[in-house]
Design a protein around this ligand. Structure first.
Ligand SMILES: [Zn+2]
Length: 266
C-alpha cells in the first residue's frame, strides 16, 4: 500500500529530525486525548452531537463565561456531565511517549488545549495548560484552591469549605480570555526558540496555535502535524502524519530507537 509506505517514510523522517532536536515545542488538542476515549469536538461538546442541551440552548452557550456569570448552576450541570463522561479515562500511549522524549534528555515544552491534565499525569514536566485543568477548583470569592481526582464526591455546584461561596473549575469557558500566566509562559517558550515544532490532534483554528507553527515553517524549523484529518495547517508543515496521535507517536519512538539515533544523547 502506497499510503503505508508514505507514512513509514514520513515517520522515519520525523524520527531523524527528532533525534537532532534539543528544544521541542509540542502543541496538543482534543485529538491527543481521543485515544483515551475522550470526546474530541472542542474537547467537550462531542457529547452533544446535535449541539443542543436538554435546557434547549447550545452547549457552547451553556459552557460560556456569560452564562456562568448569570446561571452558574446551569453551567456546572454540564461541566459535571462532561466530567462524568470522561471519568476513569487515563493518559494514553501518546502521552507516555512525549513524557519519555523529555526524559531522554531534550527540552519538551507542551502547550495543550486539553483540560484533562493527562500530560502531567503521564510525567511530562513542562506543560502549559492554555484552557486550564478540570480537576483544579478555585473559589473566586476567597481564592481557596483544591485539586480533586474526579467529581464523584462533589456536590454540584460545589461549595467553598472556607467561605460557603461557589467553587468553579479552573477552566477557560467559551467567550473567556486565556489565562495571563499561561499566555506569558507560552510567549516565553516561543521566545526561547524551539528547534522543532509538533502539532498533535489540534485543528489549529485559533491563531495562537496556528501562527507559531506557520512562523516555524517560515524560519525553516522542522514542523510536524499529527492529525487523521488534513487541515490547512497540515498542508503547510514539513510532515503531516494522517494518523491517530498514540499510533503516530508510538511509531516515531520505535523508529527513533531502531534507527541508531535513539535516546543515547542524554
Ligand atoms: Zn471561598
Amino acid at each position: 500500500m502506497a499510503g503505508h509506505d508514505n507514512d513509514l517514510a514520513a515517520i522515519t523522517a520525523v524520527a531523524g529530525r527528532l533525534a537532532r532536536a534539543e528544544r521541542l515545542l509540542v502543541i496538543t488538542g482534543a485529538g491527543m486525548s481521543a485515544d483515551s476515549g475522550l470526546p474530541t469536538y472542542r474537547g467537550v461538546g462531542g457529547l452533544y452531537n446535535d449541539g443542543g442541551t436538554d435546557d434547549g440552548i447550545p452547549i457552547e452557550m451553556a459552557l460560556s463565561g456569560g452564562m456562568y456569570a448569570q446561571r452558574p448552576a446551569l453551567t456546572w450541570k454540564y461541566i459535571s456531565q462532561i466530567e462524568q463522561a470522561c471519568r476513569g479515562a487515563r493518559p494514553n500511549a501518546g502521552h507516555q511517549v512525549l513524557a519519555r522524549l523529555e526524559k531522554g534528555g531534550r527540552q519538551v515544552t507542551i502547550v495543550t488545549q486539553n483540560v484533562d491534565g493527562f500530560h502531567g499525569q503521564a510525567g511530562s514536566g513542562d506543560v502549559i495548560e492554555m484552557h486550564g485543568n478540570l480537576h483544579q477548583l478555585r473559589c473566586p470569592a476567597c481564592n481557596h484552591r483544591e485539586q480533586v481526582p474526579d467529581f464523584a464526591d462533589l456536590a454540584i455546584p460545589p461549595v467553598c469549605p472556607a467561605c460557603d461561596g461557589m467553587l468553579r473549575p479552573r477552566v477557560v469557558l467559551f467567550d473567556e480570555m486565556l489565562p495571563d500566566i499561561a499566555v506569558a509562559r507560552y510567549e516565553q517558550a516561543l521566545a526561547q526558540g524551539p528547534d522543532m515544532v509538533m502539532s498533535i490532534g489540534t485543528t489549529a483554528v485559533f491563531p495562537y496555535i496556528a501562527e507559531p507553527i506557520r512562523q516555524a515553517v517560515r524560519e525553516g524549523i522542522p514542523t510536524v502535524d499529527i492529525n487523521p484529518v488534513a487541515s490547512p495547517l497540515s498542508r503547510a508543515v514539513d510532515h503531516h502524519l494522517a494518523m491517530p496521535a498514540a499510533a503516530a507517536l508510538t511509531a516515531i519512538e520505535l523508529a527513533l530507537a531502531t534507527s541508531g539515533l535513539g535516546e543515547t544523547a542524554t
